[in-house]
Design a protein around this ligand. Structure first.
Ligand code: N01
Length: 500
């Protein structure tokens, strides 16, 4: 906690203007945007709109539709805390079920009518105590408060490989799956070995004639069985929803006291996870040469840990091959590796990940005195407690920079962030200030502490990952779940500048 007298510059003019009707613009109708709508309605705020650039809702669960798609967080933990779902088919349910869950929640909680589809925000400018929004279709709107619920893994990364455009067959990114292309009985190449590629391999291997997985870096794989829920179990959940709530918090407790502690430096927890990964390799990959190729040379969980009990079996199928020679270039007929071999292919899938640091930066966002967000973030993505930026008053982010994306369930994080932001909004609504933003000093203090704490985390232990920014600093959360919960409990008002 920063002492209140740390800031000379805090304006803190709490002059009462009387209650105000405020208008809130939410950007994005994915998990966190829908959640924001639910919470705004609960708070009695009806003057809001959710702008969604696509024609449907669902965020990541709309964008990703590849074969084998599921969530690597157990389904009974990947829910809003207030909306358990007795119908989950599996421990880790498939993507379409998750998307349907969010669609149902938007309907059930009355958020759907507030969503405006095909409305891509291209600019947001703060002036006269309001945000002026511009859209790709040329229209405009004003709002008192803007909440960016635009997600993290949203901007596909295309690999910089020579000849990519020369491939004669269909070639698409995993998040832009071309369902018009049948891969049945075809020779398919997959570039990348992240969580996405691993799920695709399992989802595709039985359907294709041959599958080549092009690996640049081996991955640690934690085996997690994906059992289906029986009809009896579902009936029990329906009859007793408290059971699901209990499960949710039990899973949170288990996860937060093991994995979430391991990644921030708990060596005992890390040793347990590492042992499970090593045993998985040892027991489930039979050929010593393949095992060698699949053995990473960096610490477990330095990259995002893969959860799968099907990948090793899938890659050992007779029609699958792990290619580790390194890609030289792509040619019309396939992928040429550095050993000179041409791997002939009918289709190529780029499971090459996302730019997790672009956030909502494609929108031209200007705060006080015309300061551009992209200029404020030109050196590093510095946010205040992951959700606000100095000199961008009444602009808040969900799952913004340094949110615990690699630590805990994202939905729980978003819930805590929304509740915190609503407390900020309550102050504006009560007329105690026209606008508010975190101070520069508080933001610098927070980010200096983040950088210091990062030194103990596994993400800096020597691997390439999408957690790292261009300076090599992880853009995630280096502390415990309890610390995050404490941080989000109440706004630290002394760290804000209130514009009277
Ligand atoms: O992306 P990634 P992802 N030549 O960045 C390789 C979440 N997720 O889409 O490791 C060759 O992890 C790259 O190689 P390397 C989850 O948080 C969640 O798989 O950099 N290869 C790597 O293997 C996950 O972490 C679920 O050497 C190239 C791969 O592409 C995040 O999404 C499901 C290359 C990219 O892996 C991203 O996962 C799926 C090149 N030029 C995903 N460029 C859930 O279940 C890149 N690569 C919730």
């Amino acid at each position: 906690m920063i002492p209140a007298n740390h800031f000379g510059a805090i304006m803190n003019k709490n002059s009462a203007h009387g209650a105000r009707d405020i208008r809130v613009a939410v950007i994005g109708a994915g998990m966190s945007g829908i959640l924001t709508g639910i919470r705004l309605l609960e708070a009695g705020i009806r003057n809001f709109v959710i702008y969604e650039k696509a024609a449907t809702l669902g965020g990541t669960w709309r964008e990703n539709s590849y074969p084998g798609l599921s969530c690597d967080v157990p389904s009974h933990h990947y829910v809003y805390t207030f909306e358990p779902n007795p119908e989950w088919s599996h421990m880790f349910s498939p993507g379409p079920e998750i998307r349907a869950y969010f669609e149902r929640a938007a309907d059930k909680y009355g958020v759907a009518p507030y969503i405006r589809y095909n409305k891509q925000v291209v600019a947001a400018e703060f002036g006269d105590d309001r945000w002026h929004l511009k859209f790709a279709d040329g229209s405009e709107d004003d709002a008192t408060v803007v909440i960016a619920a635009t997600g993290v893994l949203h901007h596909p990364v295309y690999p910089d490989i020579e000849g990519l455009g020369r491939f004669a067959g269909p070639c698409f990114h995993s998040a832009r799956w071309d369902h018009s292309v049948s891969l049945e009985g075809k020779r398919v190449g997959i570039i990348g070995t992240g969580s996405t590629a691993i799920q695709i391999v399992t989802g595709l291997v039985d359907k294709v004639a041959h599958l080549d997985l092009f690996q640049r870096t081996a991955q640690w794989v934690l085996p997690y069985p994906n059992e289906p829920y029986s009809e009896e179990q579902k009936a029990e959940f329906r009859a007793n929803p408290d059971k699901m709530t209990e499960m949710f918090w039990h899973m949170a407790e288990q996860f937060n006291s093991s994995f979430a502690r391991a990644v921030i430096g708990d060596q005992t927890q890390m040793a347990r996870i590492e042992q499970r990964c090593r045993m998985n390799l040892e027991h489930n990959v039979h050929d010593p040469e393949l095992r060698r190729k699949l053995t990473p040379d960096y610490k477990v969980a330095c990259k995002r840990l893969i959860m799968s009990d099907t990948f090793y079996a899938a890659i050992q199928r007779p029609n699958a091959a792990l290619v580790t020679a390194g890609i030289e270039r792509i040619e019309a007929k396939g992928v040429r590796t550095r050993d000179g071999v041409l791997h002939e292919l009918d289709a190529l899938v780029l499971a090459t990940g996302f730019d997790g640091h672009r956030f909502m930066r494609d929108i031209n966002i200007s705060g006080q005195d015309g300061l551009k967000l992209n200029d404020a973030w030109s050196q590093s993505l510095e946010a205040y407690r992951c959700l606000a930026v100095p000199r961008f008053p009444n602009f808040f982010m969900l799952i913004g920079p340094n949110s615990p994306i690699g630590n805990f369930s994202l939905i729980l994080i978003a819930e805590m962030q929304v509740d915190y932001i609503l407390k900020l909004i309550a102050r504006i609504r009560a007329g105690e200030c026209r606008a508010l933003a975190p101070s520069v000093e508080a933001t610098q203090y927070f980010n200096a502490a983040l950088r210091e704490a990062m030194k103990d985390t596994v993400w800096v232990s020597g691997c390439r990952s999408w957690y790292l920014d261009t300076n090599g600093t992880p853009v995630t959360w280096p502390w415990s779940f309890e610390r995050f919960k404490d941080d989000m409990r109440e706004p630290q008002w002394a760290e804000y500048e209130l514009l009277a």
